[in-house]
Design a protein around this ligand. Structure first.
Ligand code: CR6
Length: 839
């Protein structure tokens, strides 16, 4: 089929009509129209969900105008484009964000009020696409927002999982996982594009054949073929006309019904192929920072990468660009190693399908890719057994061997035959079985390698990727993570946003550095009072959520001390719980103790197979149970675990925090992004010198940050000299008491076995050094409590935190990626220009 060439004059609307207008009356009419014609309902029969859908379609219409214009201009101009490849995109609900970015939040709120509807209730109806585990997937989402806001042509490529990250419920203190059926009631934000489907091969073998010119080529004869169907979601920038595309791929069988099998009378067999093909994109692997060597996971990775690269080639052909310019048309970023197979796949496409020679193909490949590393944890470093790899991707293994051979030749050339070094650099791990090392493939196949915070990037060069750094130092760089102020301040904390805007105007929403201007108000009593009032209202809101979801009543005037993130030993939620137990014991020992009342709030999911993490949830819940029910404690201490942490549930949390817990073992948290969301919303941080905490502390000032604990060097040195956790336990009566209580069943109705694995781990190996950091942490928390009592001081610190967080906008991060890695420039979109075709 000949694809029609898009002409500027064919797209765009001439006047404000029901699909583009943003006046309150127009919005009301359009909304009722969508309720009728899309949902097939009239108000008397409509459910809240119908209203949500009608509003979503009303907003989508307004996006489409911009989306189509954006596509037209990119096509006309053949713009250089960022392709962000990520196995995870944790987008969060779209509706509220789109209202903010379109600049129509207030009009829509008024329109709904006039129709006797509550916008907040409708927003709450949206089922979020939870297509990610945590930080890495959410980072991808913040980056798409910034890319669109900065008018950078971008395609986000990923997987349309039918089931995203599981829903978490807490039953008897234990995490129970429920399937996330996010597509159940339909997804108004996506448009399927079956006309751009591609085929992806798996398994089989390779063979040589002669091409038309009589040259030998390799042909891959696969065992099976799966179709990839793209589903597009528009990603609108903040108050610009740029609407980029998030393109997620769904797997389908090429022929959904096997007539031969059917005619043989085998009905179930006839649909079998369909079922197995569709399993490919059925579910997101729920592990954060541990890879599972499962075949299906490698299939998912290869599937979406192949779809993405074939799609880019289609775009090049359509724009009549020669393939030699691939790296000029596309800057492809690998979000961790999950898409690293792209290096071999692009080589295969250029060599086998487009008959290019090795050298030019390799040059294009290396100039195309950038690789972002997101962790130093060894259990996260992906490697695939040769057996699995060769059975699934036989041609790619051949290509990887060739890349490796040529690469190691260069290594020998530079360093001579240093077999140790060669073994460490090889793309093939031969230490204990044979594996393909995906991080090595990503390093060799990319022109830039970056970590996600200064410390992390330095540690990469000194440890995990040291040999690569020595071989090509010029590839290494750092881009510290950032988060979007649109979702994480304007949408999540509207009252604070309004206060800031009323003082300094609204430029800060696009240029977060400008928020610095509120520093002049940091000591202004009137401003402080409003600041405090807003924090209190945000806390009242979270108190009512906690009551509603957990039945625990908390005091909004207590210090809200919050740790929300995935549950992981290195993040040390259990250190936080040791502090809770310590406070509890202090009050029990001295019932009249005048302490700063605290509410400790936890939330986060544990990987379903991560036993110790699940036990930590059980411990939090068990301690909460004892503390909250003890009449001696009263309102002085409450501990709450809020179930089912996700983007939607997190949005009210950050604005309500007084204290942000960022207490990972130094050297383990690559960056963190929750730390940024808290500080932007005026929470003070208690934290270690880890990840982006270090840069946050430098930005807000050491006097406005509660620092404690071992440094990365201390951790290394202590490990070398011999770390003996039980010595800390023996020497510290408070610590001993807390541990003994956990061990003796004080929090588990006398059950001594329940927490034994955790206690044994802490006293024996304590791999994350809680015992060493316990007392410094407790002392630092004591300082927090003291400071909180000085309301003016605390408020000033809080204001200064927000004021100095400008650097941590994802806009800054994206500008750095654009300059250092992608070399790509904004392409502004004018609606009028696209209409007349004269842009
Ligand atoms: N788990 C890091 O641990 C970082 C994000 C985004 C993580 C975290 O510190 O902020 O990536 N790493 O860069 C991985 O997912 C591998 C994460 O979210």
């Amino acid at each position: 089929i000949q694809e029609p060439q898009l002409q500027g004059q064919d797209v765009g609307m001439q006047c404000e009509d029901d699909r583009t207008g943003i006046g309150v009356e127009t919005l009301k009419r359009a909304f009722l129209d969508n309720l009728f014609y899309v949902q097939g309902k009239f108000p008397a029969l409509a459910t809240k969900h119908d209203y949500y859908m009608a509003l979503a379609y009303t907003v989508r219409d307004r996006l489409l105008q911009r989306w189509v214009n954006t596509a037209a201009i990119y096509t006309q101009e053949g713009s250089r484009t960022v392709a962000y490849l990520s196995a995870e995109f944790l987008m969060g609900p779209h509706l509220g964000n789109n209202l903010i970015n379109l600049g129509i939040y207030n009009q829509v709120q008024q329109a709904m009020t006039e129709l006797k509807l509550d916008l907040k209730e409708l927003l709450a109806k949206e089922e979020e696409p939870g297509l990610g585990n945590g930080g890495l997937g959410r980072l991808a989402a913040c980056y798409l927002d910034s890319l669109a806001s900065l008018e950078i042509p971008t395609l986000g490529y990923g997987i349309r999982y039918e089931f995203g990250i599981f829903d978490q419920i807490i039953r008897n203190g234990w995490q129970v996982e429920k399937t996330d059926k996010w597509l159940r009631y339909g997804n108004p934000w996506e448009i399927a594009r079956p006309e751009w489907a591609v085929s992806v091969k798996f398994g089989g073998r390779t063979e040589a054949h002669k091409n038309a010119q009589g040259r030998y080529q390799v042909r891959w004869v696969p065992h099976k073929v799966v179709l990839g169907i793209p589903y597009d979601t528009p990603i609108l920038g903040y108050k610009v006309n740029t609407a980029n595309t998030l393109r997620l791929w769904k797997a389908e069988a090429p022929e959904s019904f096997d007539f031969e099998a059917f005619n043989r009378g085998n009905y179930y067999g006839a649909v079998d192929q369909k079922v197995t093909s569709e399993n490919l994109t059925k579910v997101l692997y729920p592990n954060d920072e541990t890879y599972e060597g499962k075949q299906l996971r490698l299939e998912q990775q290869y599937f979406f990468v192949s779809c993405a690269l074939q799609d880019m080639l289609r775009i090049m052909l359509r724009q009549k660009l020669p393939l030699e310019q691939f790296h000029e048309k596309f800057a492809v970023q690998l979000n961790d190693t999950h898409p690293a197979i792209a290096v071999a796949e692009l080589m295969r496409l250029l060599l086998d399908e487009h008959e290019m020679d090795w050298e030019p193909a390799w040059e294009i490949t290396q100039k195309t890719f950038g690789y972002t590393n997101h962790t130093l944890l060894p259990e996260a470093l992906e490697k695939w057994s040769l057996k699995l790899f060769s059975s699934l991707l036989p041609r790619h293994l051949e290509i990887i061997y060739e890349i490796n051979w040529r690469f190691l030749e260069q290594v020998r050339h530079k360093f001579g035959t240093d077999e140790g070094r060669i073994g460490r650099l090889s793309l093939i791990d031969e230490n204990d079985g044979k594996f393909v090392r995906m991080a090595h493939l990503a390093c060799v196949g990319s022109h830039r390698i970056n970590g996600v915070a200064e410390l992390h990037s330095e540690l990469l060069k000194k440890t995990t990727l040291l040999d690569f750094y020595e071989f090509f130092p010029e590839k290494f760089t750092n881009v510290t993570n950032g988060v979007t102020p649109r979702r994480w301040i304007v949408l999540s904390n509207p009252k604070l946003a309004n206060l800031i805007t009323s003082c300094i105007g609204d430029s800060w929403i696009k240029h977060l550095e400008d928020v610095q201007q509120i520093e002049t108000f940091a000591q202004d009593p009137g401003f402080q009072k409003e600041w405090q009032q807003i924090k209190r209202e945000n806390k009242v809101n979270v108190a009512s959520i906690l009551l509603d979801r957990t039945g625990v009543k908390v005091d909004p005037d207590s210090l809200f001390d919050i740790q929300v993130k995935r549950i992981h030993q290195y993040k040390r939620q259990h250190l936080n719980i040791l502090h809770a137990i310590t406070l509890y014991n202090q009050i029990k020992q001295n019932p009249n103790l005048d302490i700063t009342p605290r509410t400790l709030i936890f939330a986060g999911k544990a990987a379903p197979g991560y036993y110790i993490a699940k036990l930590i949830i059980k411990l939090i819940d068990s301690v909460a149970d004892v503390v909250n029910k003890d009449p001696d404690i009263g309102d002085r201490l409450k501990v709450v675990f809020l179930p089912d942490y996700n983007v939607k549930n997190s949005q009210p949390i950050y604005p309500a925090a007084d204290l942000s817990e960022q207490i990972s073992t130094a050297g383990k948290e690559a960056s963190g992004t929750g730390n940024m969301k808290f500080a932007m919303n005026g929470a003070l941080t208690i934290g270690t010198l880890d990840g982006a905490n270090i840069e946050i502390r430098n930005a807000v000032g050491a006097e406005n940050f509660f620092l404690f604990g071992l440094t990365t060097e201390d951790v290394g040195a202590l490990r070398l000299t011999g770390y003996r956790p039980w010595e800390y336990y023996e020497a510290n009566p408070q610590l001993k008491q807390a541990i003994d209580q956990i061990a003796s069943g004080y929090f588990s109705h006398g059950d001594r076995r329940l927490f034994k694995p955790l206690v044994d781990l802490l006293l024996d190996k304590d791999p994350f050094m809680l015992m060493a950091d316990y007392q410094p942490y407790i002392d630092c928390q004591q300082q927090v409590s003291q400071t909180y009592r000085d309301r003016d001081r605390w408020l000033q610190m809080s204001i200064l935190n927000t004021a100095r967080m400008g650097k941590f906008s994802s806009d800054r991060a994206i500008r750095e990626y654009c300059q250092q890695i992608w070399k790509v420039k904004p392409v502004p979109v004018q609606l009028a220009a696209a209409k007349t075709g004269d842009g």
